[in-house]
Design a protein around this ligand. Structure first.
Ligand code: FMN
Length: 493
């Protein structure tokens, strides 16, 4: 497992400067209030004194970070606060040189809103290795190093850094690396360590799978962790959601697949095929998504209890069928790959008669709701994201976050663990849809979940337990009162 946490120093940031990322303009008004304009958006990012305003102008070219990491003057503190606010909107990148004023070795692009550069300064005797989650790829005309564990990606300007990283497939001592010709300087090296792309391991260790991270990280395959981190919100800065990026380039595929040329067997003409459909088929046809809820009549706690009982409750505990099954299985009303039952329901309540606003875990074994103690601002963000995903202006009464305990599946399955989690999630979503329809409630699956927000709500690391699906639930608004903006949720999926 990981070697002891390396010593952290900030002096290594001497050759790091922060600058505006992309076409961003900062416009101050007469009171020093700064508006940042980017694309079609404009946000107020703070208010500066005249002295700070004079220095903020340097942000276009690059403002040295050394004084801002641990500010000693009031002006530095103002600038650091401005930087953090700009960074939260993804408007800052960090240029890294070997020495102050030297040639740019790399550019660090934050991927999470709270990324803040902190170059980890390792003792020369420490042994380091390349993370098995780090990868390099071409992006346009740049070479970038990324990792699903990292809060930032690094655009390499000097191929020698790539060669140094490639050499770290075999662990090496920091003292040896520093003497190496391609060593990119302590600042960039320290930032690569901060991002977990290079990690400290113990001398004599092979830097292999068991050396990096805790037990829960060992269970992740590279492609699974990358897929999880890149196909959810919160840990990357890529475009996300229904953006119709290729609408102007190529037509959409037809909704119904063009027929094969063979002779069709007409199923409607088969004898007995016209018998009345079973009740389940009627329920399937009645099922539809609801995005507008009745503000006057929230769902009740009794309805929520019945809904969870019917869809997600543990039915019985039993010893595992095979010795390798880890001792026990706990089946629920829906099928699950390998009887893993890795999915958990977390219930975010905005309005529910008999239950306070809050974030609860559904303890499926005890059939009980347990408050998680999440912060109000995080709960608000969760409802905000559900509204964005459904393209509606009013919060759903309840959002059920489907989270996976990934290790239940990856402990057993190689290569396909994460895909099984997503398939299980689809099965549970349909179970929710059918139960909701049967109970006369309304609901809608949403395709975007924010892994970092869930980590904040629960305090659990994103690779240990994390959201893979969400479902808005409540009493549907009467048909004639549903607002016009309760459309088909083009922002989400
Ligand atoms: C996995 C999944 C993700 C979905 N994501 C969203 C979403 O983000 N926003 C939304 O408004 N609807 C979402 N939906 C609902 C679909 O838009 C909806 O099922 C589809 O348009 C068919 O309409 P119906 O459910 O009313 O039959 C999702 C459905 C599924 C199964």
């Amino acid at each position: 497992m990981d070697a002891p946490a390396p010593r952290r120093r900030t002096t290594a940031l001497a050759a790091v400067s922060a600058r505006l990322a992309g076409p961003v303009t900062l416009t101050p008004d007469a009171d020093g209030r700064i508006t940042a304009c980017f694309g079609e958006q404009a946000v107020v990012v703070g208010q500066l004194s005249q002295a700070a305003l004079a220095r903020a102008g340097a942000l276009a070219g690059g403002l040295m970070m050394a004084a801002l990491v641990a500010p000693r003057t009031a002006v530095d503190a103002e600038l650091a606060a401005l930087l953090r606010r700009l960074a939260r909107h993804g408007l800052i990148e960090y240029a890294v040189a070997r020495t102050r004023g030297g040639e740019e070795e790399a550019v660090v692009e934050p991927q999470t809103p709270d990324y803040w550069p902190e170059a980890v300064d390792l003792d020369p005797g420490v042994t380091v290795a390349l993370s098995r989650f780090a990868y390099m790829r071409r992006r346009g005309s740049d070479l970038v190093v990324e990792s699903p564990r990292a809060g930032a990606l690094v655009r390499l300007r000097n191929p020698a850094t790539a060669a140094m990283l490639a050499g770290l497939v075999r662990p090496a001592r920091v003292s040896r690396l520093r003497r190496q010709e391609g060593f990119p300087g302590t600042a960039l090296f320290g930032l690569l360590v901060q991002c977990g792309m290079v990690f400290a391991t113990t001398a004599g260790d092979d830097g292999g799978r068991l050396s990096e991270g805790g037990g829960e990280l060992v269970l992740w395959d590279f492609h699974d962790l990358l897929f999880h981190a890149r196909s959810t919100a919160g840990r990357h800065a890529n475009p996300l959601g229904g953006m119709y990026r290729y609408a102007g380039t190529m037509p959409a595929l037809p909704a119904v697949r063009p027929s094969w040329p063979g002779k069709p067997i007409d199923l409607a003409a088969v004898a007995g095929a016209d018998l009345a459909l079973p009740p389940l088929a009627a329920l399937l046809r009645e099922r539809h998504s609801t995005r507008a809820f009745d503000p006057a009549r929230p769902i009740t706690l009794a309805e929520l209890a019945r809904f969870l009982d019917g869809t997600a409750r543990v039915l019985w505990h039993a010893p595992g069928e095979h010795e390798g099954d880890g001792g026990e299985i706990a089946p629920r009303p829906y099928p699950s790959a390998g009887s893993s039952y890795e999915l958990e329901a977390y219930v975010a309540v905005d309005r529910c008669e008999g239950l306070g606003r809050g974030f609860y875990h559904y303890d499926a074994g005890r059939h009980a709701l347990v408050p998680v103690g999440a912060k109000e601002q995080d709960l608000k963000a969760l409802f905000g994201e559900a509204m964005y995903a459904m393209a509606v202006a009013a919060a759903p009464q309840v959002v059920i976050v489907i989270a996976a305990r990934f290790g239940r599946v990856s402990w057993k399955y190689a290569s396909l663990a994460y895909s099984l989690v997503l398939k299980d999630c689809g099965v549970l979503l349909q179970t929710f849809y059918l139960m909701m329809t049967q109970m006369g409630l309304g609901g809608c699956a949403t395709g975007i979940c924010n892994v970092d927000l869930f980590a904040r709500l629960t305090g659990i690391a994103f690779h240990v337990e994390g959201p893979v699906g969400e479902f808005a639930l409540g009493r549907p608004a009467p048909p004639d009162t549903a607002p016009a903006d309760a459309g088909d949720g083009v922002a989400g999926a």
